[in-house]
Design a protein around this ligand. Sequence first.
Ligand code: PAF
Length: 277
Amino acid sequence: MKHVTTLEELTTALAELPRPIGFVPTMGFLHEGHISLARRASEECASVVASIYANPTQFAPDEDLETYPRDIPRDKAMLEEAGVDVVWIPTTEVMYPAGYQSWVTVEDVTKPLEGARRPTHFKGVSTIVAKLFNAVRPDKAYFGQKDAQQAVVIKRMTQDLSYPIEIVVCPIVREPDGLAMSSRNTYLNAEQHQAALSLSQGLKLAQAAFEDGERDANALRQIVIDRVNAEELTDLQYVSCAHPDTLEELEGDVNRCLISMAVFVGETRLIDNVLLE
Ligand code: PAF
């Protein structure tokens, strides 16, 4: 696996790769969720490029950019093992050189849910992903369903800006106890980890109710709220039952919906979701 830093090094490395090229953008401190994206890319594409960059513009000033976990040697070993051909680890001088002032903004689908609580987040995400796409020019790009709204935003941007890239959204990978894999899980102590299981358990209860015929959006939301609030260490930020494509909040009977949520466990903000259809 080749490791490149600058745009020039990346362009030289890309010239040698057979197409189709699959691309897996990451912020590092990889887990099985990321590796499932790399493996899928490696199954579906002739070459795989991954990037590792903790993009500062998608973190608010009070968020965890400074403490975001990092382990580049371990990340590189995991990517190589998963079949990645080139890993691009740019510096901030490469991505946001002095004088930088251009942004990509996606409108309606960035407004609710995560966007309502993290108002600058998606402007950072869409801008960095557009810049990564421009540099890597992949045929396919792989994202996790764990960040459900991010996947919707990236699909919208890819279509709106006419990128000739297929966006592949891969299923959430969970710990054996149900906790959705996240680099931020490393912040949780044992007691907090236990309380954090209420997210996936709440979603499972809502899914079971849906399968038993419950269709009322409020009732589905309430099942998740009740399970999370039964834990002392959780502080629920939101539970949503929204249209999976527009992310508009739903009322009354639903046939297809994305139940998503954000919960603080101590200082750690966790998200999770399930698609019911
Ligand atoms: O999902 C992530 O890890 C990040 O938001 C991404 C897509 C790599 C952009 O920085």
